[in-house]
Design a protein around this ligand. Structure first.
Ligand code: GLU
Length: 546
């Protein structure tokens, strides 16, 4: 009589170890709190990934536990090493420290629970799969894609729950003899889980973030080992998170529906399940409706967006903290001297279904932050960003550093501070025009001058004002002088004057003329300060170039 052990030995002839042997290699951790970040190495980092990785790390490190990085590359045909290095540097960049990770020096793993790359863990998965085969908890399945398609169509037509279960599974109830016979002639099979549940059964479990959940149990015989001999996510999750001693599986909501299956699998192995914590997606407001922040449609889903556009990592993390717990903002006000890293997070308080990622709110966080830092720091950070993403701008910023800093400094740290900088990229609009070549480039796109400000009207004013400019004047003296001169050329000081008298234009027209001529824009920093920074010669050149 054929035994299950014989079948398992034929399928996994090289597997000699047992799960107990593996358990000895990877003993429980001294501090049992452990979480992990487990990305697939696609090279794309979604802002949600940083959100989740930050939560995972913070949660584990608060009580002195472990946080590690595991690379889930069993579906991946791309170059993994490149993507992994990228992931590691992104985490570092955001200050998310990892205790254990793949690819240290000489491509070795850092940490005792290695390997940290799933494609290097095949032998481990095979031990787990063999155990299930030996115990009749899984079976090989030779159903072809065509057979599966026929079943899928039939289930759709008859509105039956889709999947391979019960009588839909051709190989679930075959005898060991039939399986042995098939094994002799065809090696192309998958290994399916033999689900212990049946249609219609419900289960209750606890999710740390979502709370108590009652849902349909899993009755599907899902694939555990694919025909390419690699495990599916489900088997890898059980083997990895158990042996790597993960206490809290903090992961995306898209995995939530698999919890009943995962609980069944843990039970089949007689292993304790970890605590599940499903992090809700980040949402975007789109025409009044909330929808998932999408990699395809929303540039801000890509972490690169923030760097190109001059955001600092700290602002992003601080903003994410307000999503994790709205109390964070209040806490910051009460504890102005503490670092945002001192704030404790609580998984139970996190959003349960979806959280709005509001770029406008993030920008206001940035804006406040930049208004507080020194102009030297603003210069340094803006230059760093320009060096990486706008080399031409960086060159410009380095040609006359005191001039750039003076231009940046206008009205900063004053009571009137208009907070001109929202990101480090705003140098483009706030400073570039101070340079003559840039101003020339902007000439074609500058707004139209007010109608009354023709060359004929303005030339005599500019000639006289040019003679009179004195940058040592106070702002009051400067304004009084300007008013006196422009009055001569027909510009009223206010609306009332304009209506009653012979004036051809108003202060508004004049101010607009100055703004557009000096800065090529209708909205500019304070004109007096702009002129102080530009100097007389430059002002004259710009004003007379009508
Ligand atoms: N590699 C999986 C993913 O990127 C990880 C899910 C998990 O954290 O368990 O979706």
């Amino acid at each position: 009589m054929i035994t299950r052990k014989e079948i398992a030995d034929i399928i996994f002839p090289d597997v000699k170890e047992t799960i107990q042997d593996l358990e000895k290699k990877y003993p429980p951790r001294a501090n049992p709190i452990c979480s992990r970040y487990a990305p697939s190495p696609t090279g794309f980092v979604h802002i949600w990934n940083i959100y989740a990785a930050f939560i995972e790390q913070k949660f584990a490190k608060q009580p002195g536990g472990t946080f590690f990085l595991r690379i889930e590359d069993t579906d991946q045909k791309r170059e993994v090493e490149w993507a992994v290095n990228k992931i590691i540097s992104w985490l570092k960049y955001f200050g998310i420290q990892i205790d254990e990770w793949p690819i240290g020096e000489n491509n070795s793993d850092i940490g005792n629970y290695w390997p940290y790359t799933q494609s290097h863990r095949k032998d481990i998965y095979n031990v787990f799969a063999k155990y299930l085969l030996e115990n009749g908890l899984a079976y090989p399945c030779w159903m072809t894609p065509e057979e599966l398609e026929v079943i899928r169509e039939q289930q759709t037509k008859t509105k039956v729950t889709p999947g391979i279960y019960g009588n839909y599974s051709v190989w679930r109830n075959k005898t060991l003899e039939e399986i042995m016979a098939q094994l002799q002639v065809n090696k192309d099979f998958v290994i399916r889980f033999r689900s212990p549940s049946e249609m219609g059964k419900r289960i209750v479990f606890e999710d740390v973030i979502k709370g108590k959940i009652e849902t349909m149990d899993n009755c599907n015989d899902i694939v555990l080992i694919k025909s390419d001999d690699l495990p599916t996510y489900h088997l890898a999750h059980i083997a990895d998170d158990y042996l790597m001693r993960v206490s809290h599986v903090i992961r995306g909501e898209e995995r939530f529906a698999s919890v009943p299956l995962h609980l069944q699998l843990f039970k089949s192995f007689n292993l304790p399940a970890p605590q599940y914590c499903h992090v809700a997606p980040l949402l975007k407001l789109d025409n009044g409706n909330k929808r998932k922040l999408s990699k395809r449609h929303d540039p801000e889903a890509d972490i690169l967006f923030f760097f190109e556009n001059g955001y600092a990592t700290q602002w992003i993390i601080e903003y994410l903290l307000t999503i994790i717990d709205p109390w964070f903002e209040e806490w910051q006000k009460i504890n102005p001297d503490k670092s945002y890293l001192d704030f404790e997070i609580h998984l139970e308080k996190m959003p349960k279904s979806g959280a709005l990622f509001d770029l406008v709110k993030l920008q206001s966080v940035n804006n406040n932050y930049i208004s507080r830092i020194s102009t030297d720091e603003l210069y340094e950070q803006s230059l760093n960003r320009a060096l990486k993403y706008r080399p031409e701008l960086a060159k410009l910023m380095q040609t006359d550093i005191p001039y750039v800093k003076a231009a940046m400094n206008i009205e900063r740290h004053t009571t009137k501070d208009p907070k001109r900088f929202t990101t480090y990229a705003d140098v483009e609009t706030q400073v570039k025009f101070f340079f003559d070549d840039e101003r020339t480039k902007l000439q074609n796109s500058k707004p139209a001058l007010p109608e009354i400000c023709t060359a004929e009207v303005m030339k005599p004013f500019v000639d006289e004002y040019g003679q009179a400019i004195d940058l040592s004047m106070s702002v009051e003296e400067w304004f009084a002088q300007l008013k006196e001169i422009w009055k001569k050329y027909g510009f009223a000081a206010n609306n009332a004057e304009f209506k009653e008298w012979w004036y051809i234009g108003k202060t508004w027209d004049l101010a607009m003329f100055l703004r557009i001529q000096l800065c090529c824009a209708a909205q500019t920093p304070d004109l007096y300060s702009v002129m102080q920074v530009m100097g007389k010669e430059r002002i004259m050149k710009r004003l007379s170039n009508i």
